[in-house]
Design a protein around this ligand. Structure first.
Ligand code: AMP
Length: 192
């Protein structure tokens, strides 16, 4: 089973993906995590990407599709796409990559949080928790970068909701609930 977790920044995609990894042995493919790794690699590409990410803008389709292609070509199934696709060309590319492997998508789960102030508060809290734990917070987990990330989400990524709705694949969960409530709703969809 391959699924996409779709939703605005701060909706809880990463948290729920992690839960599915633990509960079902699925494989999380987070382009955000892959890009942050590229940043620490210290290459010129990594540096450029880090600047784009810090502003809350999207990295090019070419780069993220390349990252996903590499992971998929390593084989396997039971993928959770977390933070990918974020544009219509990425969505088309994902269909093709999966088709090449004789696989397809089973569900696209929209994590709905329709209160921007909650999303901003969640990432600001995440940054504070990172600092409290002695870790470096994400450069884009600030109230300013979140304004841009939300704008980019509504403009470039939310059209995917219509795209997957038209394909009959879109299902929604209420993302404002507790982690357990959201996890239970997702489990209900996957077990249906
Ligand atoms: P995330 O960890 O999913 O919040 O992603 C953090 C940042 O990485 C985003 O704000 C973008 O700058 C970049 N990024 C992650 N995934 C993608 C993607 N699929 N397409 C373009 N940029 C991405």
């Amino acid at each position: 089973m391959n699924i996409i977790l779709l939703g605005p920044p701060g909706a809880g995609k990463g948290t729920q993906a992690q839960r599915l990894v633990e509960a079902r042995g699925m494989t999380q493919l987070s382009t955000g995590d892959m890009l942050r790794e590229a940043k620490t690699s210290g290459t010129e590409m990594g540096q450029k990407v880090a600047e784009v990410m810090a502003k809350g803008h999207l990295v090019t389709d070419e780069i993220v599709i390349g990252l996903i292609r590499e992971k998929l070509e390593a084989g396997g199934n039971g993928f959770i796409f977390d933070g990918f696709p974020r544009t219509l060309p990425q969505a088309d590319a994902l269909n093709e990559l999966l088709a090449d492997m004789g696989q397809s998508l089973d569900a696209v789960i929209e994590m709905r949080v329709d209160k921007d102030e909650v999303l901003v508060q969640r990432v600001v809290n995440r940054a504070a928790e990172a600092v409290a734990a002695g870790k470096e917070p994400r450069a884009d987990d600030t109230a300013e970068a979140m304004q841009e990330r939300l704008f980019v989400y509504y403009k470039q990524t939310s059209p995917l909701l219509g795209y997957y709705y038209a394909k009959g694949m879109l299902q929604g969960v209420e993302g404002l609930g507790t982690m357990d409530e959201v996890a239970a709703e997702i489990a209900g969809i996957l077990d249906a």
